[in-house]
Design a protein around this ligand. Sequence first.
Ligand SMILES: *Cc1c(COP(=O)(O)O)cnc(C)c1O
Length: 429
Amino acid sequence: MDAFTYRRGEMFAEDTALAGIAAQVGTPFYCYSSGALQQQYVALREAFGGRAHIAYAVKANANLSVVRTFGALGSGADVVSLGELKVALAAGIAPRKIVFSGVGKSRLEMAEALDAGIGQFNVESEAELVALDDVARGWGKVADVAIRINPDIDAESPTPKIKTGLRGDKFGILWPMARASYRAAAGLKGLRVVGVSVHIGSQITSTEPFRKVLHFIKDVVRDLRADGHRIERIDLGGGLGVRYIDEMPPTPQEYADVVLAETEGLGCEITIEPGRFLVANAGVLVTRVLYEKVAESSTVEPVRIVIVDAGMNDLVRPAMYDSRHAIVPVKADGGRHTKADIVGPICESSDRFAQDWPLPPTVPNDLLVIRSAGAYGSSMASTYNSRPLIAEVMVQGREFAVVRPRQTYESLLAGEALPPWLVGGPGVG
Ligand SMILES: *Cc1c(COP(=O)(O)O)cnc(C)c1O
């Protein structure tokens, strides 16, 4: 089921017209379908038949209502900062179901996570092991630890920027060096080594990289057990891809079948950390056309340019990863499609959501929908060009709620302070 469909010629989110929401909250805004979020989670849970813990990767979309929607279904959380830990706790996720990942946890973050009683730290270097041990002993705690292993396996992601499991990447500890790290960890009283973790990348559209990683992990678990370590848990990370335009990612069942088959008989608890899969297609970015123009040139064909009120500060994926999003008008009966560049108002040439994308003629105030914007959209937004963060809305059936109000211009400036020498004086007072 797609939550965003045309009815009587206009785009709905579930049973709510996007144009109606736009009239009330203004544009641009993110719109999430509660039903689509739940559907993705349940599909994954059922594919695994309860044989894996799901820890939602909060960085994909840290909106409190999104995280709480998963928490209410029993999800845990994978967090990569103290801020995300606070979001997960505020969303009601049980601390034991929270995994803390990331290469650069500070001692403050470690202390807060220990104090909250989280279930697992995924540690990425020997220096971090030493720091975590020190912090844990200082607080009279023992931290449950999985070491993140760099398997040197290619995730075959569409861009190198979202590959994380290759030799030389900053993530994890390369095997077999990690074997010595396990030995080091075993000697630290503030740590209890419980398992292994990996995360090779994102937007993975075939089962093959997962299969390779699992083969590799099986050997790792065997070697570590031979060394005398109690390996009870395998954390496979996230990475399951989604369809943006025409990708053919594995179904949840194909993914689960590979994971379950390859880990069968190992006697380990399995955790997965899906982010994108759960949220990408449950969200859209609704934006308004400001102007259309034609960029003339003596050397190339004229380019049709549609300027919209959303910018790369709201959705940075196309600028940052060259990623593609389908863009469609809210009103379906728009006439003949011709190719256009769809751009934002930001003063950067990379502020472009699509190039040569078929779109019917537009007039100012027409609404467009940038699809598949639920993952790495709002969570990567900034206020570049001093643009307030945009509103986020969640729909359930005929109902919608503003789950993050549009930032005000007052709050944009409220966080700043002038040094004494700039207070008062000519021109500023
Ligand atoms: C980003 C990340 C995830 C989620 O990745 P997706 O591709 O969004 O599923 C999971 N685990 C870790 C450690 C991550 O860094």
